[in-house]
Design a protein around this ligand. Structure first.
Ligand code: FAD
Ligand code: SF4
Length: 488
């Protein structure tokens, strides 16, 4: 990315170039070389590390055998959000982080890019890999067309249930479509993926907010079971003076403007300060930089050690020449009508980790001049919405309380998953929740708890890893080591 010195308007072509894919696709010959590097480990740790338990060695083997369609089927069977996960998953912390190549201090297999090679192949050709099951008499409502709702609908349609997805926004995909950094995944890719569910015959009702346009009670009467995949709410407020000034926005709406290509509605300005230190804050700083803002600062009230963003996200921000302001708590946003700066006060932490006590250093106030402030201090739970309807029990932090095995809520007719139950994790967790909930809904509605042969594989990836047959003996030192340790 080219660094700019001043705040001249940035040509659209340059902005588009800055938002280009950070992990470009592998060419077929590169994919073949990479796939042939895989050891197809028995008891593969990459597979265990994936929350959806995709059979990584088996799909990579299909790529090596020049069968990308077969590879895509293996992937999507275990994770219907496999197209987006190939782009947005924190693979360094999941599958690629567990690859045995790390044991030999060598580059792990590029699992995500291989996964992308397979799903790109089928989506670019419009190949249909799955069919809806034989029609069931009971019908299910899904609230929210984000990754959790889409995944639930995918499996329920395969089991034959009529499914209606209610989505308050005009497009499907949830945060995949409206929130994920544009250089990781474009809105077009997110929408392409939602076709998988539409093609299976799920009905989408857009612009319908449950609780406003249709009551929860009415929905409950009309459907035999309800899946709640409503995600989280708005960005939390800072609760400091000056938040209402122009030039102050929250990370979600800022990112949404970029994802919907409203570049001309966002002037890059001269200095942007992003408050927060999670992955969303990193997405906001890197995208502010890519819009052409010369100076972008990430400000966090604690130290670098307590930053919750993944290390590789932090490295990305450093590469984009973002500046960091640690141990600085915002006190007020200053300016006449529009943001002109933020007053911070210095802090120190006492204790270890993120629970360490935060202490303000009196008299240490200072002002950072800026013309844009972006709040990225986490999303609120949907507590107020859910408390109003009093249908589902919430836990102490405002998440929907569910049985961890079945994702059934306190109200037996309702199941829930994704960010609404975990407080905000990743797309892959929402996808796995959808799978778990779909099977549990099937059992709740009186379906056969013994999966039919066409469902045996994906059902086996809910809890138990399906064991790939051994390919070669003693090929995985990590596995051998684990066996030795567990037998002590
Ligand atoms: C800025 C940002 C960046 C992220 N980056 C990544 C990343 O790089 N990688 C990654 O794996 N994860 C990332 N995540 C997390 C990931 O996006 C979420 O974990 C995932 O989208 C959760 O899926 P979900 O279906 O539970 O919720 P959501 O994606 O939020 O979907 C919920 C859907 O429900 C709809 N809805 C809500 N209430 C109602 C109602 N009453 N009636 C009808 N519809 C309703 C919403 O409009 C929305 O479409 C990011 C999150 C954010 C905020
Ligand atoms: S751990 Fe690495 S080498 Fe082994 S199967 Fe997984 S990707 Fe291949």
């Amino acid at each position: 990315m080219r660094q700019r010195q001043e705040s001249d308007p940035v040509p659209l072509k340059e902005i588009e170039a800055n938002f280009e894919d950070i992990h470009p696709p592998l060419k077929p010959e590169q994919a073949a070389i990479e796939a042939n590097r895989c050891l197809y480990c028995y008891d593969a740790p990459c597979m265990t590390a994936c929350p959806t338990h995709i059979e990584v060695p088996r799909f990579i083997k299909q790529i090596a055998a020049k069968n990308p369609k077969g590879a895509a089927k293996i992937i999507l069977e275990a994770n219907p959000m496999g197209h987006s996960c190939a782009r947005v998953c924190p693979v360094e912390a999941l599958c690629e982080g567990a690859c045995v190549y790390h044991d030999w201090h060598q580059k792990p297999i590029e699992i995500a890019r291989l996964q992308r090679a397979a799903t790109d192949f089928v989506y670019s050709r419009g190949a249909r890999l799955f069919e809806a099951g034989v029609k069931q008499s009971k019908k299910v409502a899904v609230i929210g067309a984000g990754p959790a709702g889409l995944s639930t609908a995918f499996y329920l349609r395969r089991l034959g249930y009529p499914v209606t997805i209610f989505e308050k926004r005009p497009l499907a995909g949830g945060l995949n479509t409206y929130g994920i950094a544009e250089y990781k995944m474009t809105q077009a890719t997110a929408l392409q993926e939602t076709q998988l569910v539409a093609e299976l015959g799920a009905e989408f009702k857009f612009g319908v907010e449950i609780g406003k346009d249709i009551s929860w009670e009415k929905l409950e009467k009309e459907y035999d079971a309800v899946f709640v995949g409503i995600g989280l709410g708005r960005t939390q407020a800072l609760n400091i003076p000056g938040e209402e000034l122009s030039g102050v926005s929250d990370a979600l709406s800022f990112i949404e403007q970029i994802k919907t290509r409203k570049f001309d509605a966002i002037t890059p300005g001269r200095v942007t300060v992003v408050i927060g230190a999670g992955n969303t804050a990193i997405d906001a700083v890197t995208q502010a930089k890519r819009l052409g803002t010369p100076k972008v600062i990430l400000a966090y009230r604690r130290s670098r050690n307590e930053m919750s963003a993944y290390d590789y996200e932090y490295e990305l921000a450093k590469k984009d020449a973002v500046e960091f302001l640690w141990n600085a708590a915002p006190k007020k946003i200053v300016g006449k009508g529009k943001a002109e700066g933020i007053e911070f006060v210095r802090t120190k932490t006492e204790g270890v980790g993120r629970k360490a006590e935060l202490k303000i250093i009196p008299g240490s106030e200072f002002i950072v001049p800026c013309d844009r402030v972006i709040k990225a201090v986490g999303q609120m739970k949907q507590r107020s919405v859910l408390e109003r309807v009093r249908i589902l029990e919430l836990d102490a932090t405002g998440r929907i309380a569910v049985n961890s095995k079945t994702l059934q809520s306190s109200n037996p007719k309702y199941f829930a998953g994704g960010d609404a139950i975990n407080g905000g994790k990743e797309v892959v967790n929402a996808a796995q929740d959808g799978k778990r909930a779909a099977w549990a809904i099937h059992c709740y509605l009186g379906g056969d708890p013994q999966p039919a042969p066409e469902h045996a594989y994906w059902v086996s990836t809910i809890d138990v890893r399906r064991m790939a047959p051994p390919l070669r003996e003693k090929q995985n030192p990590k596995h051998e080591q684990k066996k030795e340790l567990s037998s002590v």
